[in-house]
Write a protein that binds this ligand. Structure first.
Ligand code: 13P
Length: 285
C-alpha cells in the first residue's frame, strides 16, 4: 500500500464504526515501531508529529523519514502534521509530502479561529491534503510546557466552525487533556453525542494516553474516529529501555526502542478496533 489521505482512512472508520490511532513519533525507531505494529495487526495507520516537537526532531529530517515509511508500508498510512501553529511550518510539511495537517487556532476567539483555519484550508487544498482543526481547548499542552485548562467545545460553535471552514476532521474538547491524566479522565459523553449529531465530519480526540478501553469504546461509539496518542508511547520507550539497560550494544538498544513503540501502538490499535481492516480500507481508498 502507500501514503493515503487521512480523510479516506477516517471516512472508512466512520462508515464502519471504529477508531484509528494517530501515533506521535520522534525518531526513526519510533516510526519503524509504529509501522511494524500496524503491519503486524493489519491496521490503517496515521503517523504524526506536532510542531512543538520540532525542536527535538527537525521537520526536514523526520518529515521525509515519515513519508518514506508510509510509502513503503504494506498498510494504508497517512502522515499528519499535528498542532500546526504557523503557516511556514504547515507549508514545509505539505512540501515534504505530509498527506494531512492540523491547524490549531483553538487559542483564538471563534471568529479569528475560523478566519485563520480558512486560510490554511485553502493552502492545504493546493496539495490535496486533509485538514483537521480544533475548537474548544484540550487541557495540558502537547509538550507539557503549559497546563491549559479544559474548555468544553460548544455544540453550536462546533457546527458553525465545521460548516464555515470546510475542514475534514474536527478536534473537540470534552474534558480530554494532553499528557497522563492525574485521576480517571471524566469525559463529557453527553456533549460528544450532541456534537456528533450536529456535525457530520469525523471527530478527533486528543490526549489519548491514559484513557481506558471502556471509555475509548464509548467515544468511538459516539463518533470519535481519530485518537491521538503520544505520551504513553514516549513513556513505554523510556520504561522498556530502562528495564533492559544496561545495553552494551547500540543495535540491541535500537531494537528495543522499535519494539517498545510497536507494543504501545499495538495495544491502542486493538482498543480502537482498527486491526484486520487493511483489505477493506485498500478497497475503499
Ligand atoms: P497524549 O500525549 O496525551 O497521548 O496526547 C497526544 C495528542 O493529543 C497529540 O496531539
Amino acid at each position: 500500500m502507500t501514503l493515503v489521505k487521512m480523510k479516506e482512512i477516517l471516512e472508512h472508520a466512520e462508515a464502519n464504526q471504529y477508531g484509528v490511532g494517530a501515533f506521535s513519533v520522534a525518531n526513526m525507531e519510533m516510526v519503524m515501531g509504529a509501522v511494524r505494529a500496524a503491519e503486524e495487526l493489519r491496521s490503517p495507520l496515521i503517523l504524526q508529529i506536532a510542531e512543538v516537537r520540532l525542536k527535538h526532531s527537525p521537520l526536514h529530517i523526520i518529515g521525509p523519514a515519515m513519508v518514506a515509511a508510509a510509502k513503503a508500508a504494506t498498510v494504508p498510512a497517512a502522515v499528519h502534521f499535528d498542532h500546526g501553529l504557523t503557516e511556514e511550518k504547515i507549508r514545509e510539511a505539505l512540501e515534504i509530502g505530509f498527506s494531512s495537517i492540523m491547524y490549531d487556532g483553538s487559542h483564538h476567539p471563534l471568529g479569528k479561529n475560523i478566519a485563520e483555519t480558512q486560510k490554511i484550508v485553502a493552502i492545504a487544498r493546493e496539495y490535496g491534503a486533509t485538514v483537521e482543526a480544533e475548537i474548544g481547548q484540550v487541557g495540558g499542552s502537547e509538550d507539557g510546557s503549559v497546563d491549559l485548562e479544559v474548555l468544553i467545545t460548544s455544540t453550536e460553535e462546533a457546527k458553525q466552525f465545521a460548516s464555515e471552514t470546510m475542514i475534514d476532521a474536527l478536534a473537540i474538547a470534552i474534558g480530554n487533556a494532553h499528557g497522563m491524566y492525574k485521576g480517571d479522565p471524566h469525559l463529557r459523553m453527553d456533549r460528544l453525542e450532541e456534537i456528533h449529531a450536529e456535525v457530520d465530519i469525523p471527530l478527533v480526540l486528543h490526549g489519548g494516553s491514559g484513557i481506558s478501553e471502556k471509555v475509548f469504546r464509548k467515544c468511538i461509539h459516539h463518533g470519535i474516529r481519530k485518537i491521538n496518542v503520544a505520551t504513553s508511547t514516549f513513556n513505554q520507550v523510556v520504561n522498556m529501555v530502562n528495564e533492559e539497560a544496561p545495553f552494551h550494544n547500540f543495535f540491541s538498544y535500537h531494537e528495543s526502542v522499535i519494539e517498545a513503540a510497536a507494543e504501545n501502538v499495538k495495544r491502542h490499535i486493538r482498543m480502537f478496533q482498527s486491526d484486520g481492516r487493511v483489505e477493506e480500507v485498500k478497497a475503499y481508498v
